[in-house]
Design a protein around this ligand. Structure first.
Ligand code: SF4
Length: 251
């Protein structure tokens, strides 16, 4: 999954940019998912008085509304981005309004001052209304997402890489950097996505069919624990593939 964000203040053209990008990515036959961050404290789709609201008020931790054309799973909490993304398997996932994180970013703005306030090393393009005024800002291309959609998506194809882990700097530096530093280097063309050793691991953990990122230290604990138990069992020999499945229905 390749992940990037489009962010900027209200009415700068975020949603228009994302709409145009999704259309063009679909034309290029990619599957696309999106996540919209809502910066409004009282936001809730599930309103007081609805049947689903009554379910959650009665204590249901997870409530699903299943219609003929739409299924909405309602979590009564703010999920981390990591948890949300476990539900996605598309080629590209676009985050609207998410500013902080270890992924490439597009800023939308009306004027240069807004760009300056939000600029960081992961910004690879600028779009929105400011594209009517300038075509570059500090060597970052400013692209009109309506009239130059193909150019913007060419750049997305060139720059956006497979989702990187985002561990704290003291958890892992196996690639020689921390996760955020490696992200910046990939974007600048000074490193490759494959430099993250997590992708080369021979120990993987899936929870509900979704792969869980593990720093090398945790991989090593899991590997040694499983290896220690399995190596005592008949049929084991060095180099075998080991697969363990734990289905909660059987516990
Ligand atoms: S190897 Fe991967 S998980 Fe470890 S610091 Fe580098 S990018 Fe992060």
């Amino acid at each position: 999954m390749k992940l990037f964000s489009v962010f900027g203040i209200s009415l700068t053209g975020k949603t228009t940019t994302i709409e145009n990008v999704i259309n063009e990515l679909k034309k290029r036959r990619y599957s696309v998912g999106s996540v919209k961050e809502i910066h409004y404290e009282d936001f809730a789709i599930d309103k007081e008085g609805t049947n689903t609201y009554r379910h959650s008020q009665a204590g249901a931790e997870l409530v699903t509304a299943r219609g003929y054309n739409e299924t909405d799973i309602l979590y009564k909490e703010r999920l981390s981005l990591q948890k949300i993304l476990r539900n996605y398997s598309q080629d590209y996932v676009i985050l609207e309004g998410v500013e902080k994180g270890n992924f490439p970013k597009i800023i939308t703005a009306k004027e240069s001052e807004e760009i300056e306030e939000r600029l960081d090393d992961m910004v690879f393009a600028i779009s929105g209304k400011v594209a009517d005024e300038i075509d570059e800002y500090k060597e970052i291309p400013v692209i009109n997402s309506i009239t130059e959609t193909e150019r913007l998506v060419d750049l997305i194809e060139e720059k956006v890489f497979e989702k990187l882990p985002d561990f704290p700097a003291d958890c892992c530096t196996a690639c020689g950097f921390n996760c955020r530093e490696l992200g910046k280097k990939i974007l600048k063309g000074e490193a490759k996505r494959s430099d993250c050793v997590i992708s080369d691991t021979n120990t993987k953990l899936y929870i509900n069919s979704k792969e869980i990122d593990m720093v090398p230290f945790v991989q090593s604990i899991l590997y040694n624990a499983v290896q220690g138990v399995v190596s005592e069992i008949d049929g084991y020999h060095k180099g075998v593939d080991i697969k363990i499945e734990i289905d909660k229905k059987n516990r």
